[in-house]
Each structure stands twice: as structure tokens, then as C-alpha cells.
Design a binder for this molecule. Structure first.
Ligand code: NAD
Ligand code: UDP
Ligand code: UDP
Length: 323
């Protein structure tokens, strides 16, 4: 590969997933060459089909738990199933994707001297006893529960990032992403926004877990992608971790009511048991992102939900069926 001084070759692992495909769109739009790497476990070629003819875009089927040798200057490491039903389906693979995946991608970054950004998660805070959650909080995670494969896998990945930084001087960036939603979420991934919208559009019962008083903060996908790109562009000494999310806090019951109102649905709310270790409350403290990245979310929940509802409406009209 000829290397020109201004040539940027970016690797996006998990690039055919929900967030990864939006990141690929953004980078291609910025005129950057992108290698999108994915094993299609929860992602799909459909999410990036519109990019396949672009000479700046390359799609590679590969599992990050195995080594790979590529020449790149930047790596966004997003490969890991993110929804509880998907990451709990094969929990050993989930931990491997985070831990072996981090080792391989950090090894690649070390060899190529690439900058590497880790898509970490608010789940590193577990069921928090600090509210809102700041980066200085160490978390409250059950290491042996059903969510541990994801939470502890992501925590170990952060450890590896900081050890490669200290030991091998790899240029790292760690983003702790809070619940993000938008078009291209998998309609069957069981996450609360996609579930409620699909159920409302199909006039099925809205499945509310527990009494619905648990809270989440929902960030629209374009806001989150802007935060990731800004973090990657920070000076070398900025490592994070940096929280990225929308600090607006809503109970899950409020979300159900909003979705019913915005879709004009006839769905009723059905109460189901709360899953094990379900965090009671979650809201990012984004002061650090504001200061370091001059970033904050712009899209309000109602507007983001409208755009996401439009997407799911088209998907269902085109014949997508659950089950
Ligand atoms: P997603 O499931 O849509 O995307 C994950 C992608 O990674 C999929 O395309 C999947 O096929 C791929 N993948 C999984 N294991 C892989 C492996 N071993 N090798 C190669 N590819 C693999 O989920 P998403 O919401 O787009 O999440 C992307 C990243 O952001 C994940 O790392 C997730 O943990 C993180 N994150 C997301 C959220 C959110 O709310 N969406 C919140 C916090 C963190
Ligand atoms: N690795 C990779 N691509 C590379 C360089 C390394 O997949 O371009 C993998 C390699 O297989 C190794 C891991 O990354 O297992 C960690 O690499 P590192 O150099 O840190 O460790 P070592 O090779 O000494 O085990
Ligand atoms: N939830 C719900 N009904 C659903 C799916 C999720 O009430 O059909 C709740 C879930 O118990 C949790 C919140 O919504 O309290 C967010 O769940 P999600 O799986 O989207 O993300 P996470 O728990 O990882 O934040």
C-alpha cells in the first residue's frame, strides 16, 4: 500500500452493527478510507450495503478473537454484541470478543502505531450507587451474574487498554457509551427502545420489566458518533475514559408512554418480571466530554424517537417479521 502523508486508513471493528455502520457512514462522508471488519454475529451486510461500491470502503468478514494483520492508522474497536439477549446467548464468546478482541486489536495498534479507540460502556459502572455516574466512579458489578460476561469483559478490555498505554505507549482512547438508539438497531435485539417501538407499531403489548421506575438516559446515534470522532481527534495525552451519553434521564415507564403517544398505538402496557441485576438508575455525568471534546448531545428524545419510529415503520412495511 502506498502511504501518503495525509492518507488515513481507519479500521472499524463491529462495523456492520448498529453504531459501527453509522460510524462507517460518517468516516466515508469525511473522505476517509475505511476497513469495516465484522463476523456478522449481530450485525449484517445490509447495514453497509450502500457503501459496498465505494472505493474508499472495504468489508472484511473476520472474528476479532483471532489475530489479523492489516496496515491502518486508526482503529475504532466496536466488535461485541451489545444487547442483553444477544450477549447472554453465548456468554463465553461475549467475554472472548471483549478480551481476546482487545488483545488482538491492541497488538495491531502496537505494531502499526495506530491510535485505537475502545467502545466501552456505562455497564462498567454496574448497578451504580453514585448518581449521576462520573468517570472517577469504579462501579458496582456482580462478577458472576448473567450480565457479567459483558460488564466484566468490557472492564477487562479497559484494563488492557491502559496497560498497553503504560507498558507499550499505545495511543488509546476509551469512550464509556451510555444507552444509544436510532435507525439500524436490530428489531429483535430486545433492547428497550427497539422493543417498545416495534411492539407499538404492531399494536402488541408493550413489555415493561419490573414496575418501570428504573431509569435510563437515551442518546441519539448521530450525537454519539460525533462524540466518538471528536475523541479520536484529541491530542495524544487524552486517553479517557470519557462518558458519552445524553444526560436526560427517563423512567422506562415514561419511555413506554412516549412511544405509545408518538406512534398513536393501541398497545397496552404489560408488566413482566425485572431481569436479574438490572441497574436501577443510569445517567451520565458528561462534564469531562463537554470540557475535553466541546461536545454535548443535540437531539432531544422526542425527536430521536420520531426518526427511529420512521425507520422501523419502513422496515415493517417492507415485510420484516419478528420471530
Ligand atoms: P451491535 O450488536 O449492533 O454491533 C456489534 C457488532 O460487532 C455487530 O456487527 C457484530 O456482528 C460484531 N461482532 C460481535 N462480535 C464480534 C467478533 N468477535 N468479531 C467481529 N465482529 C463482532 O451493537 P452496537 O449497539 O452497535 O454496539 C457497538 C459497540 O458499542 C459494542 O462494543 C457495544 O458494547 C458498545 N456500546 C453500545 C451501546 C449502545 O447503547 N448501543 C452502549 C454501550 C456500549
Ligand atoms: N496481533 C494481531 N495483529 C497484529 C499484531 C498483533 O492480531 O498486527 C495479535 C497477535 O496475534 C498477538 C496480540 O495481537 O496475540 C497481542 O500482540 P502483542 O504484540 O501485544 O503480543 P505478543 O505478540 O507478544 O503476544
Ligand atoms: N426493558 C423493558 N422492556 C423491554 C426491554 C427492556 O422494560 O422490553 C427495560 C430493562 O429491564 C432495563 C431497561 O429497559 O431496565 C433498558 O434495557 P436495555 O436492555 O435496552 O439496556 P440496558 O439494561 O443494558 O441498559
Amino acid at each position: 500500500m502506498l502511504r501518503f502523508p495525509d492518507y488515513v486508513q481507519v479500521l472499524v471493528t463491529g462495523g456492520a452493527g448498529f453504531l459501527g455502520s453509522h460510524l462507517c457512514d460518517r468516516l466515508i462522508g469525511d473522505g476517509v478510507a475505511v476497513i469495516c471488519l465484522d463476523n456478522f454475529y449481530t450485525g449484517t451486510r445490509r447495514n453497509v450495503a450502500h457503501l459496498l461500491d465505494n472505493p474508499m470502503f472495504e468489508l472484511v468478514r473476520h472474528d476479532v478473537t483471532f489475530p489479523i494483520y492489516l496496515e491502518v492508522n486508526q482503529i475504532y474497536n466496536l466488535a461485541c454484541a451489545a444487547s442483553p439477549i444477544h450477549y447472554q446467548f453465548d456468554p463465553v464468546q461475549t467475554t472472548k470478543s471483549s478480551v481476546h478482541g482487545a488483545i488482538n486489536m491492541l497488538g495491531l495498534a502496537k505494531r502499526t502505531r495506530a491510535r485505537i479507540l475502545q467502545a466501552s460502556t456505562s455497564e462498567v459502572y454496574g448497578d451504580p450507587d453514585m448518581h449521576p455516574q462520573a468517570e472517577s466512579y469504579w462501579g458496582r458489578v456482580n462478577p458472576i451474574g448473567p450480565r457479567a460476561c459483558y460488564d466484566e469483559g468490557k472492564r477487562c478490555a479497559e484494563t488492557l487498554f491502559f496497560d498497553y498505554y503504560r507498558q507499550h505507549h499505545v495511543l488509546i482512547k476509551v469512550a464509556r457509551i451510555f444507552n444509544t438508539y436510532g435507525p439500524r438497531m436490530h428489531p429483535n435485539d430486545g433492547r428497550v427502545v427497539s422493543n417498545f417501538i416495534r411492539q407499538a407499531l404492531e399494536n402488541e403489548p408493550i413489555t415493561l420489566f419490573g414496575d418501570g421506575s428504573q431509569t435510563r438516559s437515551f442518546c441519539y446515534v448521530t450525537d454519539l458518533i460525533e462524540g466518538l470522532v471528536r475523541l479520536m481527534a484529541t491530542p495524544d495525552e487524552v486517553t479517557g475514559p470519557v462518558n458519552l451519553g445524553n444526560p436526560g434521564e427517563f423512567t422506562v415507564r415514561e419511555l413506554a408512554e412516549k412511544v405509545i403517544a408518538l406512534t398513536g398505538s393501541r398497545s397496552r402496557i404489560e408488566s413482566l418480571p425485572l431481569p436479574a441485576d438490572d441497574p436501577r438508575q443510569r445517567k451520565p455525568d458528561i462534564d469531562l466530554a463537554r470540557k475535553t471534546l466541546d461536545w454535548e448531545p443535540k437531539v432531544a428524545l422526542d425527536e430521536g424517537l420520531r426518526r427511529t419510529i420512521e425507520y422501523f415503520d419502513r422496515l415493517l412495511a417492507a415485510g420484516w417479521k419478528s420471530g
